[in-house]
Design a binder for this molecule. Sequence first.
Ligand code: MIC
Ligand code: SF4
Length: 641
Amino acid sequence: MGMTIAEKILKAHLVDGEMVQGQEIGLRIDQTLTQDATGTMAYLQFEAMGVDQVKTERSVAYIDHNTLQSGFENADDHKYIGSVARKHGIYYSKAGNGICHQVHLERFGAPGKTLIGSDSHTPTGGGIGMLAFGAGGLDVAVAMGGGAYYIPMPKMVRVTLTGRLQPWVAAKDIILEVLRLMTVKGGVGRIVEYAGEGVLTLSVPERATITNMGAELGATTSIFPSDEVTKSFLEAQGRGDVYIPLASDPDAKYDEEYTIDLNRLEPLAAAPHMPDHVAGISELGEIKVNQCCIGSCTNSSYYDMMKVAAILKGKHVHPEVSLTISPGSMQVFHMLAKNGALSDIIAAGARILECACGPCIGMGQSPESAGVSLRTFNRNFEGRSGTQDAKIYLVSPETAAASALTGVLTDPRTLGEMPEIEMPAHFDINDSMIIPPAEHPEEVEVQRGPNIKAFPLGEALPDQYTGQIVLKTEDNITTDHILPAGSKLLPYRSNIPYYSNYCFIHVDPKFPARCQEQGGGVIVGGSNYGQGSSREHAALVPLYLGVRAVLAKSFARIHKANLVNAGIVPLTFADPADYDAVKLSDKISFPRLKAEISAGGQVTVQVGSKKFMADCEVSDRQRGALLAGGTLNYAKQQSKA
Ligand code: MIC
Ligand code: SF4
């Protein structure tokens, strides 16, 4: 039988299990990436594993999130990551070199390879035909040590793109349309593949915008074919040698199919506060805008920035709008400077930020109170910008630039003739901010600042557990709800004790104190619990606070894996109606927890006088980890056995 693109790459990397839907498969990982906000924890865990040199073909440590150095913490973390990288065979991309996903696409990504990254937007690599997954830091550490990466064998989804984008309609509008069709949980357990004549009309950066934001579908990953467009991109990056063609077989089977007619697509926006609250710009009307931010790993390529520069050229940003521009990489930034486009952007009155995540993760540029901000980013969760009551709309660079000029949400089609942007035949190649590993690793001393604290380890699963329900949440709780980021908190990513004071702070400020009083307990969640980022802190901090289990209607993939890695039991209501029968502060017990988890059956739950069942849908390997109190404990047990 014919195979999809993803199935071909999975098959070539399969080291454990069978490719049967829902069953766990283990994959050989060719490349890894980390960023600094998750990297310190990933490398602390890597060090704990005692591996000398990474076993991957290429591992890269990026500094792109925590670049605002308003105290010693971030700079110390950079130094730690830089030294660990040099010692263990990892390339180190310095602060200022750009956003991990953009730089990786430019300088390291290769079709047909597997990549995991401690960042949920790692699927950006699908834009050049890589099979790229977001993962928790521990999973990345394991892969660097040569271990397999495990996922449940996903379903296959095909999105066929027909026709071609009309002027002023962008790749961002394609992925917003996919989000409208599939919603923020429609991709869970699925790989999304793009096909059809429309694919040929999209450049690599446009494809990468789409695969990047596939993370917002909850998808395991997204991927495009590798074709002549991919080849030209790689050649222009001086890396034509890594090109291989990749396409699905004509008789490949897909579990779900969608078709989008690009001819009919219009400029769209995701309205506050979810990436799937999608509406046409024309439907939303002329909303007054206070801020426009252009950048992030979704839309910060040379192609995007050139379009923006052409729109702004000779014009001025509206007096009541603040426009920020963050080019995705040093390569992009330098090319804009050399060809004069940067001068058009500056003269229009934009604020130029460094090549980093910046406002996307609340690292500065928080909007004014109740401000409206149009962003070319991928997430508009409530409060993520750093201003709790701000209203964030996710839009294309074209829409953001057009609106920055008019001061109101503007359909870019009103701007007249669209400027044509050519993809360059040669990108400017300068890898001076990427530091290769040391030639004499034994001479490198790992540097640890005082902000770097030990990470918590779980405890073996008890026979039975009784505690309190310490939190009950709604559906679609994001990891930003569980553990906010932003400029004030991100510096504490390597300091779990301090960070724990902010767990669920915007959902229920009493949560950390309640956990401390109760010695932890159980969290009850709705559906899609833990969607969004890959930050394993959203599991490690609850672990530190004594959370033993999360009982939810359903989980997002990466967060569920992170819970298991930490040794927190992920349970789902066998009957979702039982969700309504439990409330905050109820006493909850699992009288046969260990025996039932070991047996792989359902788990008995007792809440007051009510008894019901929960499922613990994990693989045998994960069951071992839960019994041992987390993946690191389990790995130690295994190595002794
Ligand atoms: C995000 O966009 O939410 C982040 C910040 O990049 C996270 C990683 C993190 O929390 O450090 C992600 O997407 O995984
Ligand atoms: Fe950085 Fe934002 Fe991309 Fe996350 S989504 S990697 S914070 S640019």
